[in-house]
Design a protein around this ligand. Structure first.
Ligand SMILES: [Zn+2]
Length: 122
């Protein structure tokens, strides 16, 4: 998808929760938990491994701001934070972004392993 048609390249101003020079955050439209937020580089780059070091640092810096915003609205007791990189990892939008998923006591039956559960049985 070309950048001018990419929804992540063209966010609605009212959807931006927090931002810095290189990335912004918005609530996930299909949240898997209360407060699920996406941290999105402004630059159109489909592949996480082609982000610049500055973009990666900006994403991590914004994660701190997102934590503050999430915890103003919700009371999570943990987080899963990560990227889907490539079709076999479930990446569907060809613009890199970071999922920041707040977690709550008892929100899933089997908590052990956390993000390892993206591959249920190997
Ligand atoms: Zn884009």
């Amino acid at each position: 998808m070309e950048p001018r048609k990419c929804p992540f390249c063209n966010p609605y101003a009212e959807d931006i929760v927090v931002k810095n020079d290189l990335c912004y955050a918005r609530w996930d439209r299909h949240p898997v938990s209360k407060g699920h937020i996406l941290i999105v580089p402004f630059r159109h780059e489909p592949d996480f491994f082609f982000l610049t070091n500055e973009e990666r640092e900006a994403i991590l810096a914004l994660a701190d701001d997102c934590k503050f915003v999430i915890e103003k609205n919700f009371r999570p007791t943990g987080y899963n934070i990560g990227f889907n990189v490539g079709g076999s990892a479930g990446q569907t939008a060809m613009h890199t972004y970071c999922h920041m998923i707040p977690r709550y006591p008892g929100d899933v039956q089997e908590i052990r392993g956390g993000i390892r559960a993206v591959v249920p049985k190997f």
